[in-house]
Ligand binder design. Structure first.
Ligand SMILES: *Cc1c(COP(=O)(O)O)cnc(C)c1O
Length: 365
């Protein structure tokens, strides 16, 4: 079986460095918010090109804390794509604000800038852009809209570490951004982890307190804060893996371009890259097919594992019962047709060739 994603193989490339990291932290005697987190934050800020990076416990917390730090809450609205992963939306709900779902572009699966303005009301405070599947959003028009209506841009970069739009990395394209280091992401820890990037000094300072019980100084609490910190043990592992992120992303791009150039089957719709190749880091390679369960069965019979990102749109989830009657036709079409092919920094090119052959021979039953 060609696995969808071999995380063990990805991490064992760094076995020695990871074991050394554990040794270093163990012997430091300092296990929360120490030198390792500080170093990683500064390396990650340099990588993204932002003034600040702040380690947090996970990607969802990163988004939730940004919204909280901007004081966006009950009565406020945030625009968010209707086809995103549920976490983007949960971060808004958790603050008591209202998520306003906007349909994506069917080609890129990213927020359609032409549909944003009609959803803006006097209560709109921010646009939460999601660089879905690893592709940077078309930010030019979104930045113009944000400026015109005085809205914050919050980036969800959980799937797009290292993607570049107009010479700037994601994480540096809005007012503040959240990253996830969940193990399966392009930059993954050996557990949960996340980071916030921003150039806004005041926001950074607020977040610095918010992630640590609302305090800058031990036992003095400015805000009703959270406990949401990047683990000291994960930080040096992330520092090590960060050195290889661009190489890994290049390798993902090679696989993607092989798929794009060689998959040729009228029953399979390939992904579309809107800008230069660096705008996409291929967290997942998502195709569409009208008889998805048939295709998945066929791939499985041919020893190739696939996944669905994601099978149910947020507005059809039980958690958002209040939206179940709404219709978002583009999202619904996407969610019923998408399927992800294997892609990763450790997938052999021989396996990629085999996947292409199998996909090209597919005929619906
Ligand atoms: C993974 C992911 C998140 C959440 O990250 P966690 O670290 O798992 O909390 C948020 N948004 C998107 C788009 C994601 O893919």
């Amino acid at each position: 079986m060609i696995p969808f994603l071999d995380l063990k193989k990805i991490n064992l490339r760094h076995e020695e460095a990871i074991l050394n990291s554990v040794h270093k932290v163990l012997h430091s005697g300092w296990y929360i918010l120490g030198e390792e987190v500080k170093s990683f934050e500064s390396e990650f800020a340099d990588y993204c090109g932002t003034k600040y990076a702040l380690g947090v416990a996970n990607g969802l917390d990163g988004l939730e804390l940004i919204i909280r730090a901007y004081d966006i809450g009950p009565g406020d609205e945030i625009i968010v794509p209707s086809n995103t992963y549920i976490a983007s939306i949960l971060s808004i709900s958790a603050n008591g604000a209202t998520p306003v779902l906007v349909e994506p572009n069917l080609l890129t699966y990213n927020l359609d800038p032409n549909k944003i303005e009609e959803s803006i009301t006097p209560n709109t405070k921010a646009i939460l852009v999601v660089h879905l599947y690893g592709q940077a959003c078309n930010m030019g028009p979104i930045q113009n809209i944000a400026e015109k209506y005085n809205l914050k841009i919050i980036e969800d970069c959980a799937q797009a570490h290292g993607a570049i739009y107009a010479d700037r990395k994601v994480g540096n394209l809005g007012d503040a951004a959240a990253f996830s280091f969940y193990p399966g992401k392009n930059l993954g820890a050996l557990g949960d982890g996340g980071a916030i990037t921003t150039n806004d000094e005041t926001l950074y300072s607020n977040l610095h307190a918010l992630r640590n019980y609302g305090s800058h100084k031990k036992y003095e609490n400015l805000y009703k804060g959270y406990n949401s910190r990047l683990d000291e043990l994960q930080a040096p592992i992330l520092s090590e893996k960060l050195k290889f992120l661009d190489l890994d992303n290049d390798y993902r791009r090679n696989i993607a371009s092989y798929y794009l150039n060689n998959i040729n089957n009228e029953h399979i719709v390939l992904p579309y890259v809107e800008e230069e190749p660096e705008s996409h880091v291929w967290h997942v390679f998502v195709v569409r097919t009208s008889n998805r369960s048939d295709f998945i069965r066929y791939m499985n019979d041919n020893e190739i594992q696939t996944m669905i990102h994601y099978p149910i749109p947020p507005h059809k989830q039980e958690a958002y019962k209040e939206w179940n009657e709404l219709t978002f036709p583009i999202s619904e079409k996407i969610h019923s047709e998408i399927v992800s092919l294997p892609i990763s920094p450790v997938l052999d090119m021989e396996d990629v060739k085999r996947i292409v052959e199998v996909v090209n021979e597919y005929r619906p039953h």
